[in-house]
Design a protein around this ligand. Structure first.
Ligand SMILES: [Zn+2]
Length: 318
């Protein structure tokens, strides 16, 4: 998934890690967003068709049977170090006879108005595509989330709700919090778990966890997010489940800082956007810029990317 040596370099002891994070947070305070370079502009009507090849297309690992989750590094976005962490891995599995029945809450039409792609500058990149479509969630059913509070900061629920409020309307999705779960973060989470969630795709797991449990969170990485997609009979990709793993201790420390809540919301929103299907972009001024230097809200490129993901018909086979 990630080159071992690369992550070895990022494995620091807790004390050194904390010092580095505090230094990076100070740097975060100092940085200003850079002027936006010319952007790749994605016409909104390209959604659900073959997308333009992204400038930095992300790797897609095709897993034939066993589903693993798309993991994308999410950072505290400090320019100059973030490029150490850029890694995108997505998983795609074929639709099979063992898929769960069509969700009971799937509707015939979309639940939230399709967002309009804004004009202006700012690009985006897609996390997972194939020859015919982009992987995204069905706009005609709620996207369910469950939350594990193993290492959650006191304001975790407010942070998550604020992040959902930022991302949901821009994604044209109804994101529903189903409540708490005792399911802990794991690196290879299957997309179904009948014993825990019944005969359906598992709700996406938002886990406030620790680097000890999720080693990819060591170093400067504050969260990871991604989804598993299935291909339907026509070859189109649909995200069906996913994860957002958050570094609870680091984000707890962050929330104690002045302005920390806003940054924590941005971190969670960034990971939620990975969950929905966007990768990192090199465009400055975007929440999905891996080298972000203080952006805490969605930029035009982020919104344009989310609008592209949202522009798709109902997923009738799921
Ligand atoms: Zn990221």
């Amino acid at each position: 998934m990630v080159a071992g040596a690369r992550w070895d370099r990022l494995t620091w002891g807790p004390r050194r890690r904390r010092r580095r994070m505090l230094r990076l947070l100070r740097e975060l305070d100092r940085q200003d967003a850079l002027a936006s370079p010319p952007a790749w502009r994605a016409p909104p009507d390209l959604a659900y068709a073959v997308p333009p090849r992204p400038r930095r297309r992300t790797a897609v690992a095709v897993v034939p049977i066993v589903a693993t989750l798309a993991i994308t590094g999410g950072l505290l976005w400090v320019r100059g170090v973030a490029d150490e962490h850029i890694d995108h891995v997505a998983s795609i599995i074929p639709m099979s006879d063992t898929r769960p029945p069509v969700a009971a809450d799937a509707q015939a039409g979309r639940l939230v108005p399709a967002p309009r792609a804004p004009s202006g500058s700012g690009g985006f990149d897609l996390l997972s595509t194939n020859a015919v479509s982009v992987a995204a969630y069905d706009p005609c059913r709620p996207l369910h989330l469950v939350v594990n509070h193993e290492a959650a900061p006191p304001s975790a629920d407010v942070i998550l709700r604020d992040a959902i409020a930022m991302v949901g309307p821009a994604a044209g999705l109804r994101i529903v919090l189903d409540g708490a779960t005792d399911e802990l973060a794991q690196s290879r989470r299957p997309p179904t778990d009948a014993s825990r969630y019944g005969s359906r795709w598992s709700p996406a797991l938002v886990a406030w966890t620790t680097p000890e449990r999720v080693p990819v969170l060591d170093g400067d990485v504050a969260g990871v997010g991604g989804s598993v997609a299935v291909t339907d009979s026509s070859g189109h990709l649909h995200n069906v489940s996913g994860i957002v793993h958050l570094d609870g201790p680091a984000l707890t420390e962050l929330t104690r800082r002045r302005g920390g809540h806003e940054v924590a919301v941005a971190v969670v929103a960034h990971e939620l956007v990975h969950l929905l299907g966007l990768a990192h972009t090199q465009e400055s001024g975007q929440l999905m810029n891996a080298e972000n230097s203080g952006q805490t809200t969605l930029g035009d490129g982020d919104r344009r990317g989310l609008a592209l993901l949202a522009d798709r018909p109902c997923a009738r086979e799921l």
